[in-house]
Design a protein around this ligand. Structure first.
Ligand code: CA
Length: 223
């Protein structure tokens, strides 16, 4: 995990000392804040890979910090609490925390969970941009480009394209597409799929991507 930056937010000096030395030993660069305001300030001014956030803080609380960070960032957030309450945990997840540890916890486990969170975030970022031939899909922004030209899709067309791309090279029946892209509760007819495929082909302006598979449905071709 060398080179990753962790922001530790904790007002208890003894715990901060322990965590700091563990993260440094693991190769992290450590930023520290004792209160929420300082934490948000540091977060804004630095590129942070992981936030370890205590709920009980002076002058502010971990909930507020978590909520504020989530307004602009998907950085992994691991929350710490002294209370072992399920409602705290659920509230944390609702606000967008990724993981949760109850004090007292093992520092070894904290390191293991931190490593997993940072790794997962890295994967997500790699997966965010999908490039196939002249086509690029930015999954975070829900945007599609042909060469560098923006392709404007409706949400359904976008979902359909993403489903095709995730199943590239596989023949998909209209029924399968209807179930997976429109949902089980949708009672539309199979021509809905044909209509959307037709529009998607027009918008992509490149007939080779979505092939008709006679008697089956459609297949997305990687060329
Ligand atoms: Ca505290």
């Amino acid at each position: 995990m060398a080179g990753h930056v962790v922001l530790l937010v904790e007002d208890e000096s003894s715990l901060m000392d322990l965590m700091r030395s563990y993260y440094i030993k693991e190769g992290y660069t450590v930023l520290e804040a004792r209160d929420g305001f300082h934490a948000l300030d540091l977060f804004e001014k630095n590129k942070v890979d992981l936030v370890v956030l205590d709920i009980m803080l002076e002058q502010s609380d971990g909930w507020t910090v978590c909520r504020d960070i989530r307004k602009t960032s998907r950085v992994p957030i691991l929350m710490l609490t002294a209370r072992n309450q399920e409602s705290d945990k659920l509230f944390g997840f609702e606000l967008g925390a990724d993981d949760y540890m109850t004090k007292p916890f093992s520092l070894k486990e904290l390191m293991a969970r931190s490593r997993a969170l940072v790794k997962r975030a890295g994967f997500n970022q790699d997966d965010a941009l999908v490039a196939i031939g002249r086509l690029t899909i930015d999954r975070r922004a829900h945007k599609v480009f042909i060469d560098d030209q923006d392709v404007v899709l409706t949400p359904k067309e976008y979902d359909l394209l993403l489903h095709f791309v995730n199943h590239a090279g596989i023949a998909l029946s209209r029924e399968q597409l209807l179930v997976h892209v429109w949902g089980y509760e949708y009672f539309g007819d199979l021509r809905t799929v044909d209509t959307h495929v037709k529009r998607l082909r027009q918008k992509l302006g490149h007939p080779g991507y979505i092939e008709t598979v006679f008697g089956v449905g459609y297949r997305f071709e990687v060329t």
